[in-house]
Design a protein around this ligand. Structure first.
Ligand code: ADP
Length: 351
């Protein structure tokens, strides 16, 4: 900006200098012809010329440049900005302000283009991942159905076994589609949280009840830590928080060992927040995977060698819910020992 100002002064100064020198030279030839040559007169005429030319030229050239730039600026900005603000800026005829505004406009456009490119990249990756995730169960189902149609139908035992496997494939398709549906809903409605005050212990207890059967299959106990502090009411979107706690507890069961324990502890962090900790003594997560587990479709073992697996969207949904609430989530995990996921929530404070 100031370099533009300096350059304009230097340009006007040089033009004034050259023009004044030429004029003084001509003037001195004229004086010499009439034998009137006088150094003081020449210095005075040079200085006067310089000053007059400098100011006139500087003022006129700025006005000219302003007019030329104004049109471009007017065309671009009135399309998207507040018309009166643009008119006000143009009527000020301030070239510095105008170039400043144009620079700002260009850097804004650069950022917008970059964000569009990023989104496009993200969209491609997302569609690719969705197709990949759906492909595996679809091909499995197709494989079993084709084998049955090719003749295995006549053997009742094989028929039952293959139908059961195809059924599992359909289940997998359903929960991938459900998770995708959930993540899309959260993304579109991030700003529309339906916040209210509710009892966090009651909510966790109802999630324990919902997941009781699932936990019993592995003989995992779902418990509160004995000395959970005396906190009850929080202020958040109850349905989403229930989804979040469900996803974390489902994971603690899925990746927990048989006869293990999932423990929930709720503690005060300060006057305004509480921390909900969900810990298990299951298989844990290797350190190198921890930074990526909240990414969409990220699964520690993509080959499915782990006994349980999901869509890889569970923790991504959790992160979306946390971000929408402007809260924080933390993970601590030791491979072979267990994991602890903890997140903050706002307390309900009566005014
Ligand atoms: P998934 O549908 O595969 O469970 P998530 O997004 O819920 O996907 O989790 C991502 C990965 O993080 C999982 O594949 C799993 O390897 C790991 N993970 C999540 N929670 C736990 C946990 N409590 N214990 C061990 N590993 C976990």
């Amino acid at each position: 900006m100031s370099s533009f100002k300096n350059k304009a002064y230097i340009f006007s100064g040089l033009t004034a200098l050259i023009t004044s020198l030429v004029l003084v030279l001509l003037f001195s030839v004229f004086l010499h012809l009439f034998d009137l040559l006088d150094t003081k007169l020449l210095i005075f005429s040079f200085s006067l010329n310089f000053l007059v030319i400098f100011f006139i030229f500087h003022f006129r050239s700025k006005k000219y440049m302003f007019k030329r730039t104004e049109k471009i600026y007017n065309d671009i900005l009135t399309l998207e900005s507040n018309k009166t603000a643009v008119d006000k800026l143009l009527s000020s005829e301030d070239m510095d302000l105008l170039t400043n505004e144009i620079s700002k406009y260009i850097s804004l456009k650069k950022k917008q283009v970059q964000s569009l490119k990023d989104r496009e990249e993200f969209r491609k990756e997302f569609v690719g991942n969705v197709a990949h995730e759906l492909k595996t169960p679809l091909f499995t189902i197709q494989g079993y159905i084709s084998t049955l149609l090719d003749g295995a139908l006549s053997d009742p035992e094989v028929l039952k076994k293959y139908l059961n496997r195809a059924d599992k494939g359909v289940d997998r398709l359903i929960y991938i589609v459900k998770d995708l549906d959930m993540i899309t809903k959260i993304e579109f409605g991030e700003s529309e949280l339906n916040k209210s005050n509710f009892n966090i212990f009651e909510l966790v207890s109802s999630v324990f009840e919902d997941l009781d059967m699932k936990a019993q299959k592995k003989n995992i106990s779902l418990v509160f830590k004995e000395k959970s502090e005396n906190i009850s009411e929080v202020y958040a979107d109850k349905e989403r928080i229930q989804q979040l706690i469900t996803n974390l507890i489902v994971n603690s069961i899925k990746y927990g060992h048989k006869n293990g324990t999932t423990e929930v502890d709720i503690v005060n962090t300060d006057e305004e927040k509480i921390l909900v900790k969900i810990s298990d003594n299951g298989e844990g997560i290797e350190e190198e995977h921890i930074p990526r587990i909240f990414e969409r479709f990220y699964r520690v073992d993509k080959s499915g060698a782990r006994s349980e697996g999901g869509s890889g969207l569970g923790l991504s949904i959790v992160k979306h819910i946390i971000d929408a609430h402007d809260e924080k989530i933390f993970v601590e995990s030791k491979y072979g020992i267990g994991s602890e996921f903890s997140f903050t929530l706002k307390k309900f404070i009566v005014d």
